[in-house]
Design a binder for this molecule. Structure first.
Ligand SMILES: C[S@@+](CC[C@H](N)C(=O)[O-])C[C@H]1O[C@@H](n2cnc3c(N)ncnc32)[C@H](O)[C@@H]1O
Length: 284
């Protein structure tokens, strides 16, 4: 990646903060960004994302929905093993948490996939150190060798803009999945300010601070997530998990767009039990 091209890209978009971040990264004699430095920045940024996820109990919130979704597959007669795939797993915090504390059952396989080899190496090393039953691959998560039953992601979908979001959802249905759950920052008038406070207060890495705030600005509104999921998945049931309808949306800063094959909602609601109110289905 040529440093001058990246700087030009951000200058053209008047993103001075990004220009300053890239200017500080070293380059070789040909003007290419130093890959070791770039990996270091991304590893530190993801360690800081993990700390924020821990503080927001993100893995628990995922588990509250994922475990019942797996039960719904079992109750609906879907054949095990159930492959749960984290799209854009980064350093694998969510999957490692699920492997350590999730008690999802021996018939569940946990797989993380990310394009970034440095992040996946870190995820593998951390999982090995703790003897966790999960695996990580440097790959497009939508093109794994075996069928994936449930796709999920955390903090990824705001990267997909325009028609790409609908395509992203459609590809998961085409890949043979039974359901997906994608968690992201909830778009609200407070999200950019809240993200700014949290990222300035809790993060040290300049890229993490900057990208965290931009991510909140880029978060898709709930109606747009529902529209893209509906048109991307056809007859699937789609809904939102952990919507917050209060005028001051500070208690649930993350929500999820959820979609599943039409035979699953009844079994899911039964498996959710008292937590069923956290799921608002727009279509059945
Ligand atoms: C913000 S980072 C991931 C954050 C991570 N989920 C976490 O919570 O720490 C987004 C990642 O998504 C990855 N990504 C996006 N689409 C992907 C795909 N189809 N397959 C694998 N990785 C993907 C990128 O490589 C990037 O590392």
């Amino acid at each position: 990646v040529r440093k001058a091209e990246v700087i030009d890209y951000y200058r053209a978009r008047r993103n001075r903060r990004a220009v300053r971040i890239v200017e500080r990264i070293g380059a070789d004699a040909d003007g290419n960004l130093d890959p070791g430095e770039v990996d270091g920045i991304l590893l530190r940024a993801h360690a800081e994302i993990q700390r924020l996820s821990e503080e927001f109990l993100q893995a628990r919130r995922l588990h509250d929905l994922l475990a019942p979704m797996i039960s719904a597959l079992r109750r609906s007669g879907v054949e095990p093993p159930y492959r749960v795939v984290d799209i854009g797993c980064g350093t694998g915090f969510a999957l490692r948490w699920l492997a350590m504390f999730g008690e999802l059952g021996d018939d569940v396989e946990l797989i993380g996939a990310d394009y970034n080899a440095a992040l996946v190496d870190e995820a593998r090393g951390l999982a090995r150190a703790e003897g966790l039953r999960c695996r990580f691959e440097v790959k497009n998560a939508l093109e794994l060798d075996r069928q994936s039953h449930i796709f999920f992601s955390i903090g990824v979908i705001h990267h997909f803009r325009g028609d790409d979001l609908e395509t992203f959802f459609a590809e998961q249905r085409t890949a043979g999945a039974h359901a997906f759950l994608h968690f992201d920052i909830k778009a609200s008038w407070l999200a950019p300010i809240g993200a700014w406070i949290f990222h300035i207060a809790r993060m040290n890495e300049p890229l993490a601070q900057h990208d965290g705030v931009l991510s909140a600005c880029r978060a898709h509104p709930s109606h747009e997530l529902l529209r893209a999921a509906q048109s991307g998945t056809g007859d699937w049931s789609v809904g939102l998990w952990d919507e917050d309808h209060s005028p001051v949306p500070i208690f649930r800063v993350m929500h999820a767009i959820v979609a599943m094959r039409p035979e699953l909602p009844v079994a899911l609601e039964r498996a959710l039990g008292p937590r069923a109110h956290r799921l608002e289905l727009a279509t059945r």
